[in-house]
Design a protein. Structure first.
Length: 145
């Protein structure tokens, strides 16, 4: 059985590191704003095992007119659990949380390889690709709720 629940930021590191920061020190898994009251981390558990994570930051991107925005960061599913719908479940959980809290728009910087996944969930690309140092090429993506 799969369960999604809110977790402390430090519990995300065991999924962030192997998926998003492979071969990098654990410190690279700490994101600015991780421990703010307005930041929420959700973990997807398959049985008792944490297999996927997503973080939601109250962060405004000035490109968008909407006042109440949230940014998704650190979405990751452990490699042997990918392509099983867990990522969809986590993104949809965040969307429901955002709708319940009157968020008007969700945005994030998606790795180029992940843009197809997000497009299937109704997200759109804005602008040209850009490089994030030590991580790779990304696109700004968004969805109005």
């Amino acid at each position: 059985m799969n369960t999604i629940k809110e977790i402390p930021s430090k519990e995300t590191y065991i999924v962030r590191q192997p998926v998003l920061r492979k071969g990098k020190p654990i410190e690279s898994c700490i994101f600015e704003g991780d421990d703010l009251d307005t930041t929420h981390h959700f973990g997807l558990y398959k049985n008792e095992d944490l297999t996927g994570i997503i973080s939601l930051f109250k962060q405004t991107n000035p490109i968008f007119a909407e006042k109440n925005q949230r940014q998704i960061r650190g979405m990751a599913i452990l490699e042997n659990h990918q392509k099983k719908g867990f990522g969809d479940a986590l993104v949809k959980h965040c969307e429901k949380y955002c709708k319940d809290n009157k968020t008007e728009l969700i945005w994030f910087n998606a790795r180029t390889a992940a843009t197809g996944f997000y497009k299937k969930l109704g997200y759109q690309i804005m602008g040209d690709p850009f490089e994030i140092k030590d991580v790779g090429e990304h696109y700004l993506m968004f969805k109005k709720l």
